[in-house]
Design a binder for this molecule. Structure first.
Ligand code: NDP
Length: 602
């Protein structure tokens, strides 16, 4: 037992966790947030790329992909590698990049090691400059993928798909957009991402505020000065700024705001857990040595083994995620063989969590000079209840004389007035409010995507999935031929490195389409039996029960449907029962066998 463990009173901690959670539970769950539309619609405007007029398109392409983030880029790249060059990416932003196009707030960087987080490093020959690359480098990498694979030629930016209908007579999809386009594609891919629709907190009076305001995913550098590379935001020197929210986004931009603002109020409802970051530059000499053929795939597999499978002899990536898994694993391994029962193992993991969170709370105490502020920055929940954060300047920002933590004791900002924010009856007058309030997660898929999909015989995807998602591999849906969905659920469900799920799916889709084209097939569709069998297999696994992620015992947040009972179909929102390592191995074998078992080609 470590020193920290000796001091832990587990029962008292459990009571404290429950108390803090209960303070934050609210019956309106997801409905507490405001959808950005009507008089709030200006919060969605793109501050980065001017809008260009163009004529609507009425042509035909082989492959249309909705979303120009990592999913679209990796699928596009793999299709091109397989000789399918007629690919059109449709993207609501003004360029490629997806989340990295929108999130240009100062300090944005990846939280998973860049060596595995940034896709196609080997194919592009790019060496990440840092262990955790910053956003401008990741955005540029996205643009370079687009250039290298010729994906710009056919791309449609500032374009949103509004309708997607299967035309059975011609075996192709009809795509309609908000720019008046009505073109067709033999195949469609969808990589619309889980966190792309910004949301605002439903704070009374939000519309009445007369100062300046913006959401972190539409950073207004015109107003703040500075730039995404971290140049000081000099225009804030005489400004009073409030930032609302203390999730992963705020944790990264608060240090930059603290340096720049005349006065910064950080309005907190729930503190994030802030562990060490330990970022460092990547040494080109070292990189040259390790970057031998196949290196990124080896690193990806090693990460997944360390993070989700166990059994790897070395930890190549050594980022926050693999550290976390190592800690849990060591605790379980330290049990005597006879004690390795499921309940003892759960208890050992809980102990490891208590210790880790206690260390994180002590870190806040050590770093933050004002004891009262330090106390309020302590997170009282299990680490995976909320997105874990890693940063070496966030807590330090509260030592800056101009920065003030406005803790709302779990209640949230009470009111917004014409001139500022109100917490516990006190008004904080500010020139600018920055909403670090996150993105829609629990709302209807059609609301987030902006369209429904109409498959064979007029079947709507929203109807087909009314009782929960149904796919094979998370990618293929019966009744929706020649359509592929890229996301982790019902596949590897590896959320610690989402791009890995996408690169595997991209390769699979390219091989399937190549196979169909080589054999003159017009349609690809998963059979009903195969889809049913996949769902049955998923449901035979441990499901979501018992784990911390998404647990109703956690403090509310988007991981657990804001503390409300899960919606219909939650049981199906799971991954391959044997885990991500086994899934990726299985998927590789499935696509390389050339049989594509369960898929019908017509
Ligand atoms: P989050 O949803 O994590 O955070 C929103 C914040 O707003 C929370 O702190 C929330 O408090 C707060 N909030 C909501 N309503 C109110 C209110 N009425 N009053 C005061 N505060 C309020 O959004 P983020 O943008 O921070 O992060 C979203 C996700 O994006 C992350 O979880 C992560 O997956 C991803 N991300 C990834 C990064 C990376 O990989 N590098 C970087 C940044 C984000 P409460 O917690 O109480 O709900």
């Amino acid at each position: 037992m470590t020193d920290t463990a000796l001091k832990i009173d587990k029962e008292a901690l459990k009571r404290k966790y429950a108390q803090e959670r209960d303070k934050r539970l609210r019956p309106d769950g997801n409905a507490q947030y405001l959808e950005i539309k009507d008089q709030l619609a200006h919060y969605l405007e793109d501050p980065y790329t001017p809008f260009k007029e163009r004529e609507p398109l009425t042509d035909h392409v082989t492959f249309a992909f909705i979303g120009g983030g990592f999913a679209g880029l990796v699928t596009g790249a793999r299709l091109v590698e397989h000789g399918i060059k007629d690919v059109r990416i449709i993207e609501k932003g003004g360029d490629f990049g997806g989340t990295w196009y929108w999130n240009r707030y100062p300090g944005a960087q990846c939280d998973t090691g860049s060596m595995i987080y940034m896709p196609l490093l080997e194919e592009t020959g790019h060496m990440p400059t840092e262990k955790y690359a910053h956003a401008p480098e990741i955005l540029e990498h996205c643009q370079n993928i687009g250039k290298q694979y010729g994906l710009y030629d056919n791309a449609l930016f500032h374009t949103e798909v509004k309708d997607l209908v299967w035309d059975q007579t011609r075996s192709r999809w009809i795509i309609r957009t908000n720019r008046g386009d009505e073109f067709t594609a033999q195949y469609v891919g969808m990589g619309t991402g889980p966190l792309h629709v910004p949301k605002l907190p439903g704070i009374p009076g939000i519309e009445s505020y007369k100062g300046h305001s913006f959401h972190t995913s539409r950073w207004d550098y015109e107003y703040t000065g500075g730039d995404p590379k971290g140049v000081l935001m000099e225009k804030l020197a005489d400004k009073r700024v409030a930032i609302i929210g203390t999730g992963a986004t705020a944790v990264q931009c608060v240090p930059h705001l603290a340096k720049a603002c005349g006065k910064l109020y950080v309005c907190q409802r729930t503190p994030s857990s802030i562990d060490e970051r330990n970022n460092e530059p990547i040494d080109p000499e070292w990189f040259k040595e390790i970057a031998t053929p196949g290196w990124q795939q080896r690193w990806l597999e090693n990460f997944t083994q360390n993070q989700a499978g166990g059994g790897a002899e070395v930890d190549l990536v050594q980022d926050g995620w693999t550290d976390l898994s190592r800690l849990y694993r060591e605790k379980v391994i330290s049990l005597a063989p006879a004690d390795r029962t499921p309940s003892k193992m759960m208890e050992a993991m809980e102990d490891a969590d208590f210790e880790k969170m206690e260390q994180i709370r002590q870190r806040a105490e050590r770093i933050v000079k004002d004891p009262d502020t330090a106390e309020h920055l302590k997170a009282w929940y299990r680490q995976l209840c909320k997105r874990p954060c890693f940063h070496d300047e966030y807590l330090q920002a509260f030592n800056h004389p101009s920065t003030e933590l406005v803790d709302t004791d779990g209640k949230g900002v009470e009111r917004i007035t014409e001139t500022g924010v109100v917490v516990a009856g006190r008004e904080y007058e500010v020139d600018c409010i920055i909403y670090a309030s996150g993105f829609e997660v629990g709302t209807a898929h059609t609301r987030r995507a902006g369209f429904d999909m109409t498959g064979r015989d007029g079947l709507k995807l929203s109807e087909y999935w009314a009782k929960g998602m149904r796919t094979k591999h998370g990618t293929h849906v019966h009744g929706f031929p020649n359509a592929f969905i890229l996301q982790p659920t019902q596949g590897a469900a590896l959320i610690s490195n989402v791009p890995h799920n996408l690169t595997e799916a991209g390769m699979t889709i390219a091989m399937l389409v190549r196979h169909a084209m080589d054999h003159d097939f017009k349609e690809i569709e998963v059979s009903k039996e195969s889809e049913d069998a996949w769902i049955e297999l998923l449901l035979s696994g441990p499901g979501r029960g018992g784990g911390v992620l998404g647990s109703p015992d956690c403090t509310p947040g988007y991981y657990n449907n804001e503390g409300q009972p899960p919606g219909p179909g939650a049981a199906q929102a799971v991954g391959y029962p044997m885990g991500p390592v086994a899934f990726f191995r299985y998927l590789k074998q499935w696509r390389e066998s050339g049989d594509f078992d369960g898929i019908e080609f017509r």
